[in-house]
Design a protein around this ligand. Structure first.
Ligand SMILES: *Cc1c(COP(=O)(O)O)cnc(C)c1O
Length: 404
């Protein structure tokens, strides 16, 4: 049986992969089992912002793995403290709670906000509300899908966790109307990645910040995908010159090597956790701490944030030059660009399949948007090559549509 058939037989079908079997990667490049080479325009949903098998990441991983990998937090290790000290310095947060996956960081933020709501704000027991927005994506646990507005994420998984309200994205007034005395937090992505790289109106986060200050509500920002350079700033909230009260990080924090996540917040929020109240067997282990630390150092020393800002602006401009009536709109910030295709003419999936034939791997989101989110180590020449391939895919599709 082929590898693809075997995977389809033994692995649950909760994804619909493109028909390619990858065997190794280096920087922005991936190779399949037939020796074909592809450019990665997906970066594993931003988890590979540092590029594949980055030599420094690999060294940090293997060196630490050969010394001490997993201990549980029943003990101190020499790696966790410097990692979290650095992460707090970069983000401006006071404390961190280390987890593994993004969804766990979100769950941790929800727990922290509720603790704060009961213990500090004085919300009556079990009445705390968190306000989220339409088309949010915060992960796949049962509580997190409870407040999704996407039926696909929820169907068949009820009953759902109460305590969440959904309002339209990008609308501060709608948020204001939804806040009550029992609201402990507002939770948003500063740019909605999975919803199709949706960018809210300028000043949205600033408006939410003011609202939260006025109403004594925590502003929680999920930067699991947008954070650590993807949008051309270290954190997307920096575009609005604000500080959130809580911050979720994941994906790129693992430097393309492993699952590392964190919920960071102000001291008066995170200090409410007591021993035994929350935990994770693997969270904060010395292996992930060493890898997380190195991912932050590489980000700084290789100026990946600055690269994302400069090359992202260049790439967006170049994509906008491709004049085609197949495209409805193009949006992006940093090296994070979504191209929305007119579904009456072609699906985003069909574009991705054609790009694969030209040596570019990407993934559609929500049927109409093709995303371009390369590792931040990409060069201008590599971007030019990708634009050439993408343009030729579009011209091919245009000519077949005209012929038909
Ligand atoms: C990917 C993602 C998550 C979930 O992270 P996992 O590691 O898949 O659990 C949460 N929030 C956002 C914004 C994400 O992009």
């Amino acid at each position: 049986m082929s590898i693809m058939d075997t995977e389809n037989k033994f692995c649950a079908h909760n994804y619909h992969p493109l028909p390619v079997v990858l065997t190794h990667g280096e920087g922005v490049w991936l190779w399949d089992d037939k020796g074909n080479k592809y450019m990665d325009m997906m970066s594993a949903y931003s988890a590979v912002s540092h590029g594949h098998t980055h030599p420094r990441m690999l060294k940090a991983l293997t060196e630490q793995a050969s010394k001490l990998a997993i201990t549980s937090r029943a003990f101190y290790t020499d790696k966790l403290a410097p990692f979290l000290e650095k992460l707090c310095a970069i983000s401006g947060m006071d404390m961190a709670l280390p987890m593994n996956t993004g969804a766990e960081a979100v769950e941790t933020g929800i727990k922290a906000a509720r603790l704060w709501g009961y213990n500090v704000k004085g919300i009556p027991d079990n009445q705390a509300e968190i306000i989220v927005v339409q088309d949010n994506f915060h992960g796949r646990t049962t509580t997190v899908v409870s407040f999704s507005s996407d039926e696909e994420y929820k169907k068949g998984f009820g009953p759902f966790t109460p305590g969440f309200k959904i309002v339209p994205y990008g609308d501060v007034e709608a948020m204001r109307d939804a806040v009550t005395d029992n609201t402990c937090a507002i939770l948003v992505e500063p740019i909605q990645g999975e919803a199709g790289i949706k960018i809210p109106p300028a000043g949205y986060l600033k408006g939410l910040r003011e609202l939260c200050d006025e109403k004594n509500v925590l502003l929680l920002v999920d930067e699991i995908q947008s954070g650590l350079g993807r949008t051309g700033k270290t954190f997307c909230f920096q575009h609005d010159n604000i500080m959130p009260d809580g911050l979720m990080l994941g994906k790129a924090l693992g430097g393309g090597m492993m699952a590392i996540s964190c919920f960071l917040a102000r001291r008066d929020v995170l200090e409410l956790f007591q021993p035994g109240s929350h935990g994770s067997t693997f969270g904060g282990n010395p292996l992930s701490s060493a890898v997380g630390m190195e991912s932050l150092l590489v980000l700084e020393e290789e100026k990946l944030v600055e690269r994302s800002a400069e090359l992202g602006a260049y790439m967006l401009e170049e994509i906008k030059k491709i004049d085609s009536n197949l495209i409805r709109f193009i949006r992006g910030k940093g090296l994070w660009i979504g191209v929305d295709f007119d579904p009456a003419q072609i699906s985003a999936r069909a574009i991705c399949e054609r790009m694969q034939e030209k040596g570019i791997l990407s993934k559609e989101t929500h049927d109409t948007v093709v995303r371009f989110a390369p590792p931040l180590v990409i060069t201008k020449e590599e971007i030019d090559w990708a634009i050439e391939q993408f343009t030729s895919v579009i011209r091919d599709v245009e000519s077949t549509l005209v012929a038909a």
